[in-house]
Design a binder for this molecule. Sequence first.
Ligand SMILES: Cc1cc2nc3c(=O)[nH]c(=O)nc-3n(C[C@H](O)[C@H](O)[C@H](O)COP(=O)(O)OP(=O)(O)OC[C@H]3O[C@@H](n4cnc5c(N)ncnc54)[C@H](O)[C@@H]3O)c2cc1C
Length: 428
Amino acid sequence: MREGGILWFRNDLRLTDNEALCESVWQSNRIYPVYVFDERIFSGKSAFGLRKIDTPRAKFILDAVTDLRNRLRDRGSDLIIRIGKSEEEVYNIAKRLKTRNVFCNRERTYEEVLIQDALEEKLWSIGQELRYTRGKMLYYTADLPFPVTHSPDSFNAFRREVEKFTSLRPPLTIPDLPPFDNANIDKGELPALSRFEMSEVNLNADCFNGGESRGLEIVENLKNDASSVNVGQDSLYSGTQLSPWLSHGCLSPKTIYFELSGNKNFNNSSKEKHPLYYQLLWRDYHRLICKKYGNAIFCAEGIKPKDVSQSQYQADVCKSWVQGETDSSLVNAIMSELKNTGFINDLARRISASYLVHVLKQPWLYGASYYEQMLIDYDPCSNYGNWMEIAGVGAENKESKFILSSDFDSKYDRDESYRSRWLKNVRV
Ligand SMILES: Cc1cc2nc3c(=O)[nH]c(=O)nc-3n(C[C@H](O)[C@H](O)[C@H](O)COP(=O)(O)OP(=O)(O)OC[C@H]3O[C@@H](n4cnc5c(N)ncnc54)[C@H](O)[C@@H]3O)c2cc1C
């Protein structure tokens, strides 16, 4: 018998290729989409006293939730919005509306797992179920030629096995949604940033407007101008800047790949891969490593421990890095871009991370926490995974993938254009 269901949106703020959405529609006669601004994230602090989330990402999420609500309303549905603890808010709605199931995309990292486990237990107490779906990765774990616990530690081995044996599934289309049954429930209002003690600022507004609608527009633009997909180059200007939309699930990796590769490469026999394929594969790799090693990714020793005793936390040294007051003008410019926009490209991330760990000799966990606070595209697996690799305690067990040469400032910014742009633009 099909009964009422709650569709709990988490880091999957989209309608296209959303397995939880499809499942909820197939298995329920009425659905109540819900998003909770979890106060532990929006107002919380990490071990170093840094905020878990700062204005750039909070604004992006607000935009994305607004867009999601509009897209649901365009289809006769709606979005219930709450602020509080996710497990309590979703449980209260489930109890009130006497639904049967709560559908959500399963998360795999520590804090997110605690929340979903707590909700599951609460739902059991009222005879309801938490139904998990998947959809974060380019590939489905179930389609991989190895179990997660045997996922290769080396990216190259992982890539070879996946390319050889695994086919990609095409993205799911948006199903027809049942009309929203008002059921006398308060739908809730979007919070202002001031609710979380953040101020409204104009952060690169054109570039980083959160939401599926803007994400699909960017993909369309990239499709029409293939030359703009310049990835994997040793440049401070390369990259598609799609990561914020990927991290918050405004776009799925399958949709991006399907659209940009012209729907050609959906089986493993295809020889030619779109350049974005390998970038998206890095993302899958980090997620699998995270699943395989669990909470080790959040510990100083990392996955393959080495002696980190040289890294003694010094608050003033870390502060000079954050404030862009180091001896390297390039690192200072990178930190200024990060503070002003909430985004830096891959090369910039590597340079500033390597500088903190290998030149300033500070704990990589501090850097990872600062990136967590500032990055619009923060994703626990990609962030902590890449930081571990830089610090040499990651799954690949290499000393460091990126060592800074003595003249790296001029090597990566020969004409000084990057530094002249960002060193003038420090937000106070
Ligand atoms: C220290 C450090 C911290 C990082 N933290 C994050 C993070 O919190 N969130 C995040 O999404 N990425 C993170 N990355 C990976 C990478 O830097 C960003 O994904 C990339 O810069 C985003 O820009 P883009 O969308 O233009 O990338 P593109 O080059 O256009 O690549 C397309 C997509 O592929 C994925 N991708 C590419 N490279 C990587 C990689 N090395 N690891 C994982 N995914 C990758 C991203 O989803 C990206 O959007 C980090 C890298 C480093 C070195």
